[in-house]
Design a protein around this ligand. Structure first.
Ligand SMILES: Cc1cc2nc3c(=O)[nH]c(=O)nc-3n(C[C@H](O)[C@H](O)[C@H](O)COP(=O)(O)O)c2cc1C
Length: 375
């Protein structure tokens, strides 16, 4: 499975081609659009969100809303299609792609920021939504929530056994945060940042449930699912770190506190763990426990109270360019994170179970489940 995206922030549209989805998958467009809306929500998002109202169009790969095995083409129109008349930018923003990009491509900062903008993540959410639909056929679900904004952390993480009720909280909440007390503090912190023309980062947690054992592999570095997930997450603009399971916390513990002991339930004929410090991955493969990963985002670079920079034409000191911008994109990044994880998991499912049609893929999956039970 593979996908490619195209499009600029204020260009005509965003595009993606997704290849490798089996035939026979029903595509629910309203689900795709609800995912796009989730990306647009969250307290601290800027004026762009009111303009965007993203809606994906599926241009190819379907007959009567069902996949036929050929590549899927997607388009999201930009309501703000103004690229040709946008004024030049000459002062690069510290922390953005502006300066290195302008030097590298021998272009103006505007040309660089049009593609470097995280607007591109909208079309990745479309691709991810289709992958989620494929994963749903195997009862695999992916959820995300905000663990912290700036220095404010939630006091508890939803219990893995309580995912369904956490999800309700997620969808109802302004920040996708399951701790209402912490959420209040986060909102206050965000109001402060908005007033000061500043920005805030934070940490997101993603969980995927019902993954079969053995997605990914240890036999080759490119097949390790932990590596592939980390790359996918790190490719989200402003992500600065990824942890799987305990992540960096594992470095402060003894081995006996970190490794998840193995048990066997003879009734269900199933191996199981009482802890999930590994976050569902051992040796680059899923081990049957929920996948748990966290990622950290820096505060976004565009600030209404600009930092010092230098005009690339005059070479004189100047305040960095102020564009219409978000203050905090952590909850939105959670939705993007779910999308890129969905793609990596769908790809790993396709690699393990193959199948040109969904029917064939399911047959292979069920045979494999039977074999696992015999072990
Ligand atoms: C969903 C989302 C929305 C973003 N919105 C903005 C924004 O409005 N302004 C901004 O300066 N950066 C925004 N960013 C972050 C920048 O795109 C990012 O910091 C920049 O491309 C430089 O990449 P780097 O931070 O990974 O080095 C956003 C990121 C995401 C994931």
């Amino acid at each position: 499975m593979q996908y490619l995206t195209a499009g600029e922030s204020h260009g005509r549209c965003l595009l993606a081609i997704l290849e490798g989805i089996p035939s026979g998958l029903k595509i629910d467009e309203s689900f795709i659009n609800s995912e796009l809306q989730r990306r647009q929500k969250g307290y601290g998002r800027g004026g762009r969100m009111e303009i965007e109202a993203d809606k994906a169009e599926i241009l190819s790969g379907l007959k009567n809303k069902i996949t036929i095995g050929s590549p899927l083409g997607f388009k999201i129109e930009n309501k703000d299609f103004t690229i040709d008349s946008l004024k030049e930018i000459t002062v690069p923003r510290p922390g953005h792609s502006d300066l290195a990009g302008a030097i590298k491509y021998n272009q103006g900062i505007r040309e660089v920021s049009e593609r470097a903008s995280a607007r591109e993540t909208a079309i990745r959410v479309t691709v991810g939504a289709v992958c989620k639909l494929l994963l749903k056929e195997f009862n695999i679900e992916i959820l995300s929530w905000t663990l912290s904004i700036g220095k404010i952390k939630i006091k508890f993480s939803p219990q893995l056994s309580d995912l369904t009720s956490s999800r309700k909280i997620l969808l109802d909440s302004a920040l996708n945060c399951p701790d209402t007390e912490a959420e209040e503090l986060m909102l206050t912190e965000l109001d402060k940042a908005i007033q000061e023309g500043n920005s805030l980062g934070g940490i997101v947690e993603i969980v995927a449930t019902n993954l079969p054992i053995g997605l990914g592999s240890y036999v080759d570095y490119r097949k390790r699912l932990d590596g592939r997930l980390a790359q996918a997450i790190m490719s989200i603009p402003s992500v600065k770190g990824v942890g799987i399971g305990l992540g960096f916390k594992a470095t402060q513990c003894f081995g006996s506190e970190v490794q998840d002991e193995i048990f066997y339930n003879s009734g269900e004929k199933k191996f199981y763990r009482q802890t999930n410090n590994a976050g569902g991955l051992e040796g680059g493969m899923t081990n049957g426990e929920p996948l748990v990963l966290r990622f950290g985002l820096k505060p976004i670079p565009t600030l209404r109270s600009p930092l010092k920079s230098v005009d690339i034409i005059s070479k004189k000191e100047a305040g960095a360019t102020v564009e219409r911008a978000d203050t905090c994109i952590v909850p939105a990044a959670g939705v993007v994170g779910e999308a890129v994880v969905a793609f990596e998991l769908a790809k790993a499912m396709q690699e393990k179970f193959g199948g040109d049609s969904l029917e064939e893929m399911k047959r292979n999956y069920e045979n494999c489940c039977k074999e696992v039970k015999k072990f």
